[in-house]
Design a protein around this ligand. Structure first.
Ligand code: COA
Length: 181
C-alpha cells in the first residue's frame, strides 16, 4: 500500500514536470521597449513556452513614459507573439517569479559592460531563491549598442530611430518629446 502511494507521488511529480509550462520572466523598466528587447523575447520563445515581460515602475529612473503607457506600447509591439505577455511587477523580482510559476529570469547581455551588473543581480537573485535560474541571451548584434536612453536622446534631438523601435514607439516618443519643448 505504502509502495503504491510512493509510486503515485512520483507519477504526479513527473506529470507536473512534463506538463508544466516553462515560463520565463523578462524584467526591466522598458522606457520604452526597443527592437533589442523584442529580439530577445523572440529568441526566448524558442526555448520557453511563455515569456512574461515584467515591467517595473522604476521610479528612481524617472521614466519618460507612465507605467500604463509603457505597458500599452509593449502590448502593441507583441500583439503577434501569442506566447508573450506583459504585466506590471512590484517588489522583489524572485517573489514575482515564484507567484507566476516561472522557472527562469531572462536578461539580455549586449556587451561586456553589461556583465558585471548582471552577474551581481543574478547572484543576489540566486541567493534569494536557489531554484530560479537566470538565463542570459544575446540580442542580434545590430542591437548590441541599443538602450532605451540612447533612443530617447536621439529622438529628443530630432534624429530617426526607425528600425530600432516599433513604429508605435517612435510615434509615442515624438509626441512626448515634442510636447516637452
Ligand atoms: N535591447 C535594448 N536595450 C536593452 C536590452 C536589449 N536587449 N537589454 C537591456 N537594455 C537596456 C534597457 O533599455 C535599459 O536602458 P536604460 O538604462 O537606458 O533605460 C538598460 O539596458 C538596463 O535596464 P533594464 O533592462 O530596464 O533593467 P533595469 O536595470 O532598469 O531593471 C530590474 C532592473 C527592474 C530588473 C531590477 O532592478 C529588479 O529586479 N528590481 C526589482 C527589485 C529586486 O528584486 N531587486 C533585487 C534584484 S537583485
Amino acid at each position: 500500500m505504502q509502495e503504491l502511494q510512493v509510486w503515485r507521488y512520483h507519477a504526479d511529480a513527473l506529470q507536473k514536470e512534463v506538463f508544466m509550462k516553462k515560463i520565463s520572466i523578462y524584467p526591466g523598466t522598458f522606457d520604452p521597449i526597443t527592437n533589442g528587447h523584442l529580439d530577445l523575447v523572440k529568441r526566448a520563445l524558442r526555448i520557453f513556452d511563455e515569456v512574461i515581460i515584467a515591467v517595473a515602475p522604476s521610479q528612481k529612473k524617472q521614466p519618460l513614459f507612465s507605467l500604463q503607457k509603457r505597458i500599452t506600447l509593449i502590448r502593441n509591439a507583441i500583439s503577434t507573439l501569442k506566447r508573450a505577455k506583459v504585466e506590471v511587477f512590484e517588489g522583489l523580482l524572485v517573489e514575482y517569479v515564484r507567484k507566476k510559476n516561472g522557472i527562469a529570469i531572462l536578461r539580455g547581455l549586449r556587451a561586456i559592460s553589461d556583465y558585471e551588473y548582471e552577474l551581481q543581480m543574478a547572484h543576489m537573485n540566486r541567493r534569494l531563491d536557489t531554484k530560479i535560474e537566470t538565463v542570459f541571451m544575446m540580442p542580434s548584434e545590430e542591437y548590441s549598442f541599443l538602450t532605451s536612453s540612447i533612443v530617447k536622446e536621439v529622438v529628443s534631438f530630432g534624429g530617426s530611430v526607425k528600425d530600432l523601435v516599433p513604429a508605435g514607439v517612435e510615434k509615442a516618443l515624438r509626441d512626448k518629446l515634442k510636447n516637452r519643448k
